[in-house]
Unconditional design. Structure first.
Length: 390
C-alpha cells in the first residue's frame, strides 16, 4: 500500500498555513475529524446535549470498536477518558498499594508519571527504582530482569519518551513482566498513531494514550486499555453512577467492563472525533504511516548532523518520528521563536520533562521536531534550510 501524500495533505487544511513539526505536541487534525466534531456540536446546539448523544450513539460507540481494532483488544477492555494522564492515573491508582511495594521504571520516564510515583512514595511508602539505560539509551532489559524481586508491584514505562527519539522495547519488557507475574503499565501517549500497537504482543496489562498527538484526534480525549483478566485486580480511585451501580442502601457494584474507569460526563463530540481519527488512521494503514514518518525523521537526523553548529541528541536502537537537537550558539527557545516567525512549528523539551535521562546525559533544553506521515519532502527541505540559516 502506497500512501497518497497529496490526498493526505488535502485532508489536512493546516498544511496550507504552516509547516507543522509539533505532532508530538498536538498534530494537525484531518478534515473528517473536524467535520465530525463540528457536526455533533451543531446537533447539540439544535436539539440538546442528551438528545444529540442519543441520536449519535452509533458513532459514539464506534469509537470503542475503532480503538479496539487499532490496538488489538476487545471493546470491553477500552475506557474513553478526558486525556492520557487521566487514563494513566485511573490505572495506576487503581492498584492496591502498600508500604514497601516497588515500582520499576525507565530513565527516560515522563515527568507526570514520575511525579505520581513520588507522591505515592511520600504518602504510602512505595519505593521507586529506575532501571538503567543500555548503551543505546533504551531501557536495559537484562538490568530490568536483575532488579526483579518479590516486592516489585509494577513495571511502568513510557513506550516512546517525550525526547530522545527512541522507541523503548515494550515487547521485551512485557515478556519479563509476564514471566514474573508483575503488572505492566505502558504509557503510549506518543506511540498511539505513530507506530502500530498490539497489546497482546506487548503483553501489557494497562495502556494509556491521548487523542491529540499522532492519532490526530481532538484535544481533551484519550483512552485507557485494561486487560480483561487483570481488571478485577484494580479498583478505580473514583466511582460514580456511570462506573458503578448503586445496588442497595449500603452497596454498589462496579461495571464489569473497562468503562468502570470512566465517569458520567464527557465531551461527546470529542469522543466521536476520536473514533473518526482512529478510523482515519486505520484507513491510512498503520504500518505505512509509521514507515513514512520514521523515514522523514531519519532523513532529518542525517541532514541536521551535517550542520556544524547542530548536535542531534537522539538515542535508542529503534527511533521514531521525533528528532531532538541542540545548537552551539542558540538556545532551544530562541530557535523555536525564530522558526515560528517562518510559520514552522516545533517544540522544546527540558529537564523538567525527563529529568532522569537529561541529567544523566547532561543535556540543555532541546529543540524537538516531530514528523508525521502528512509532512512532505519539500517541508523537510525548508526545515533543514531554516536550521542552516540560523
Amino acid at each position: 500500500m502506497t500512501l497518497d501524500i497529496q490526498k493526505l495533505r488535502t485532508d489536512t487544511p493546516g498544511t496550507n498555513t504552516c509547516l507543522h513539526l509539533n505532532n508530538a505536541g498536538s498534530a494537525l487534525m484531518p478534515r473528517p475529524v473536524y467535520d465530525a466534531v463540528v457536526e455533533h456540536l451543531k446537533l447539540e446546539m439544535e436539539i440538546g446535549g442528551y438528545e444529540a448523544h442519543a441520536r449519535a450513539l452509533p458513532a459514539y460507540e464506534r469509537t470503542y470498536d475503532a480503538i479496539a481494532e487499532m490496538i488489538n483488544c476487545h471493546r470491553d477492555e477500552v475506557a474513553i477518558v478526558e486525556n492520557a494522564t487521566m487514563g494513566w492515573l485511573m490505572g495506576f491508582h487503581g492498584i492496591h498499594w502498600q508500604k514497601g511495594d516497588r515500582i520499576l521504571t525507565a530513565e527516560a520516564e515522563y515527568a507526570s508519571n514520575v511525579i505520581s510515583y513520588l507522591q505515592l512514595a511520600r504518602n504510602s511508602g512505595v519505593v521507586i527504582d529506575v532501571v538503567p539505560s543500555d548503551k543505546d539509551g533504551q531501557i536495559d532489559i537484562s538490568k530490568l530482569e536483575e532488579m526483579i524481586t518479590p516486592d516489585v508491584k509494577l513495571i511502568s514505562i513510557s513506550h516512546i519518551p517525550t525526547n530522545g527519539g527512541l522507541i523503548n522495547p515494550a515487547e521485551e519488557v512485557g515478556k519479563i513482566a509476564n514471566k514474573h507475574g508483575i503488572p505492566y503499565l505502558l504509557d503510549a501517549c506518543q506511540s498511539a498513531g505513530q507506530i502500530p500497537i498490539d497489546v497482546n504482543k506487548i503483553g501489557c496489562d494497562m495502556l494509556s494514550a491521548t487523542g491529540r498527538k499522532y492519532l490526530r484526534g481532538p484535544r481533551g480525549t484519550g483512552f485507557l486499555y485494561v486487560r480483561k483478566s487483570f481488571m478485577n485486580q484494580l479498583e478505580p480511585p473514583f466511582l460514580d453512577l456511570h462506573s458503578a451501580e448503586w445496588t442497595g442502601k449500603d452497596s454498589y457494584k462496579m461495571r464489569d467492563d473497562a468503562r468502570r474507569f470512566e465517569n458520567w460526563e464527557n465531551n461527546v463530540a470529542g469522543v466521536i472525533g476520536l473514533g473518526v481519527a482512529a478510523d482515519y488512521y486505520l484507513s491510512v494503514g498503520m504500518e505505512e504511516a509509521s514507515k513514512r514518518l520514521k523515514s522523514l525523521a531519519a532523513s532529518a537526523r542525517d541532514r541536521l548532523s551535517q550542520i556544524a553548529e547542530v548536535t542531534v541528541q537522539d538515542i535508542g536502537q529503534e527511533k521514531g518520528g521525533m528528532v531532538t537537537f541542540s545548537h552551539d550558539r542558540m538556545t532551544a527557545e530562541e530557535i523555536k521563536a525564530t522558526l515560528a516567525r517562518q510559520q514552522i512549528n516545533v517544540s522544546t523539551s527540558s529537564v523538567t520533562s525527563t529529568r532522569y535521562d537529561m541529567e544523566r546525559r547532561k543535556l540543555p533544553t532541546l529543540v524537538r521536531a516531530s514528523f508525521h506521515y502528512y509532512n512532505s519532502e519539500e517541508e523537510l527541505d525548508i526545515f533543514v534550510e531554516a536550521i542552516k540559516n540560523l
